[in-house]
Design a protein around this ligand. Structure first.
Ligand SMILES: Cc1cc2nc3c(=O)[nH]c(=O)nc-3n(C[C@H](O)[C@H](O)[C@H](O)COP(=O)(O)O)c2cc1C
Length: 622
């Protein structure tokens, strides 16, 4: 099937229209013989940010842009605020200040576009565009008119950008025309893609192939690949898209694509009655407009009283293990608080073969319902043992995992889990108060796992009391701690990241002020601190608060950082409600992806575990 021939036979009757819709759907679903399907499939099959999405206002003269997505910003280097209100043709000019279309942009394709806009018809074709920095891009552009009551209100542009194999020479405008135009031609030929002839205006609705698709296909194959922000914008384009973007299944897919399946699964554990719709959840977790502090009083007791325990969330349950009792007594008992219960109560759980008592250890959740304890300070000194527990097992029992070649015994280190199965341990304090800077990984799925040190040519300075937060799959962000700075130990506000999916992962310094040669930190950075709380939000952002902060700074002030931004910048997040006066890293956990629970108001050495503070990130509906 050729594109042109497919378009030359528009149907009239309803039945035929339905058939066509189905054919269109099958066409896209099966990958069909046409080039459009494979273009869409291959482009949308990649990450949602790899294509641009532009909406222009057809009522205003010269089609000004009213919306661009993040993919557009990333691919072109132009930010939304720089391009809103402009016509898209600036992409045909080399450099942000160029006034003229570049001579290598195919003027035939440009006049095809012009005709399509005049006639209100669908367009697709390839043309040369330029990024803000002047580098060339090949743009496989699709333009679709959006109708409301027989009138075109908007045009929707989808841009599949690929590298342009064009040598423009060292100076803009100086090039060997013959050689370069040949290269472009080859690039376009290789795509086996050609522009569709313009069709007259009144027929165009039948020809807007995106709109020929059934609701189901449009949702599952196109809209579900967009980001939450895009879906919100696309919903304001026309009635059909508005109703489609109200679909809960679509929003679930969009949230899953944006946040990963682990985060969406965690969000699903929030009890049915209290859970918002996915669309609302996406909005509230993106804007954080509903975030609020609230105080909770729970029943039961954690006895004997203690501090420096480990806590973490398993779904909607908070689990507490060990800690330091009176006279530095190391504890080894396990308590669970089920926040799904109508009157949550601390319950001592009888678990056989508990690990030796300890404090200053870490407790992390993996594989849905499992817990892992590492290190800490025990009766005999520092520890480097590993114990796991499946909380949902019929007869829960701690089991020691004999890890080969373990890291040095330590306390006040930081841990996290990646891939739901691997424990990551970094830094901490070894014997004689030596601070560590190493990073180790243990695969808990193996029978006798082998500790693996992540070799790094450079590591952040050694530290304790820092936090590790997982974002974007297998990336880890390290923040703060008490770090070695020359002969001194100072509180730090430095941010480092490492990507464990890289073949040779390496630590990168992101922002802060404590490193030699570092400039001003980006944005309003949190005052340096240790033993703080770090919460990973869906979508990759990290929220920091609490800990030990010098001076008069409020420990409950919230700071937000998005490490996925090109230049991550700290922002202050003001949240209503009553925050806790203190919040410590080892005593805080995130429940169901939307609530950070701070255990205990501290009075001197005592922790009042019946008084909790909750930072809820989404509003709850009862
Ligand atoms: C929604 C929409 C998106 C567009 N996207 C692009 C684009 O990515 N690159 C481009 O070169 N032109 C794009 N155009 C086309 C130009 O804006 C412009 O219409 C074209 O250059 C023809 O008009 P002109 O001859 O007045 O420049 C887009 C147009 C619309 C309506």
């Amino acid at each position: 099937m050729e594109w042109d021939s497919d378009l030359e036979d528009p149907s009239g009757g309803e039945e035929e229209e339905e058939e066509e819709e189905e054919a269109g759907a099958a066409f896209l679903l099966n990958g069909g013989p046409g080039v459009f399907s494979s273009a869409v499939e291959s482009a949308l099959g990649s990450s949602p940010s790899s294509y641009g999405l532009v909406v222009t206002d057809a009522f205003e003269p010269d089609h000004p842009i009213i919306y661009v997505n993040e993919g557009f910003e990333k691919a072109t280097g132009y930010r939304a605020e720089e391009v809103l209100g402009r016509n898209c043709r600036f992409l045909q000019c080399r450099g942000p200040f160029a006034q003229r279309r570049h001579s290598m942009v195919d003027s035939k394709v440009v006049s095809e576009i012009r005709k399509s806009l005049e006639n209100g018809t669908f367009f697709q074709g390839d043309l040369l565009n330029f990024k803000k920095d002047g580098s060339p891009l090949m743009n496989r552009l699709q333009l679709t008119p959006i109708y409301e009551d027989n009138e075109i209100t908007h045009f929707l542009g989808i841009q599949f950008f690929t590298e342009a194999n064009v040598d423009l020479g060292p100076l803009p405008g100086v090039f060997n025309k013959d050689a370069t135009s040949h290269t472009i031609r080859t690039a376009v030929d290789q795509t086996l893609f050609r522009p569709v002839a313009a069709v007259h205006g009144h027929l165009c609705r039948e020809f807007c192939c995106m709109f020929q698709l059934s609701d189901e296909v449009l949702c599952q194959k196109i809209l579900s690949r967009l980001s939450p922000r895009d879906i919100a914008s696309v919903g304001s384009v026309c009635r059909r898209l508005y109703f489609l973007t109200k679909n809960e299944d679509l929003w679930r897919m969009v949230c899953q694509n944006a946040w990963g399946s682990e985060a969406t699964r965690a969000l699903e554990t929030v009890t049915g009655a209290k859970r918002l719709g996915w669309g609302m959840l996406a909005r509230e977790l993106t804007t954080l407009e509903a975030a609020a502090w609230r105080k909770l009083t729970v029943g039961g007791a954690v006895e004997p009283s203690r501090c420096n325990f480990g806590a973490c969330a398993v779904g909607n349950r908070v689990v507490l293990f060990g800690g330091e009792g009176v006279n530095m007594q190391p504890m080894n008992d396990t308590f669970v608080l089920d926040l799904n219960a109508s009157h949550p109560e601390w319950q001592h759980v009888k678990v056989s073969s508990p690990p030796p008592g300890r404090w200053g250890h870490t407790l992390s959740c993996f594989n849905g319902s499992c817990l892992v304890v590492f290190g800490g300070c025990g009766r005999e000194g520092l520890l480097n043992d590993v114990f796991v527990l499946d909380l949902d097992a019929k007869h829960p029992a701690w089991r020691e995992v004999p890890g080969l070649e373990p890291p040095l015994p330590r306390s006040w280190h930081s841990s996290c889990t990646v891939d739901g199965t691997k424990l990551v341990v970094s830094g901490g304090c070894a014997d004689s108060g030596v601070l560590l800077s190493d990073t180790f990984l243990l695969d808990l799925t193996m029978e006798t796992p082998m500790w693996r040190e992540i070799p790094a040519s450079w590591s952040p300075p050694s530290r304790l009391g820092h936090s590790l937060s997982v974002y974007d799959g297998r990336k880890i962000l390290m923040f703060g701690g008490l770090a070695k700075s020359g002969p001194l130990r100072l509180r730090s506000s430095d941010v480092f990241t490492i990507d464990l999916s890289e073949e040779e992962p390496r630590w990168r310094y992101i922002t802060g002020s404590g490193m030699p040669g570092a400039g001003n930190p980006a944005g309003i950075s949190p005052p340096p601190r240790l033993d703080h709380v770090a919460v990973s939000l869906p979508g990759g952002r990290i929220l920091i608060f609490g800990g030990s902060v010098a001076g008069l700074h409020s420990a409950s002030q919230l700071y937000l950082l998005d490490p996925t931004e090109e230049k991550p910048t700290w922002r202050v997040l003001n949240v209503p409600g009553r925050p806790p006066r203190f919040a410590w890293g080892h005593s805080t956990c995130v429940v169901g992806g939307t609530r950070a629970i701070v255990l205990g108001g501290q009075t001197g050495e005592e922790w009042m575990l019946s008084e909790l503070h909750e930072l809820s990130l989404a509003s709850s509906r009862v």
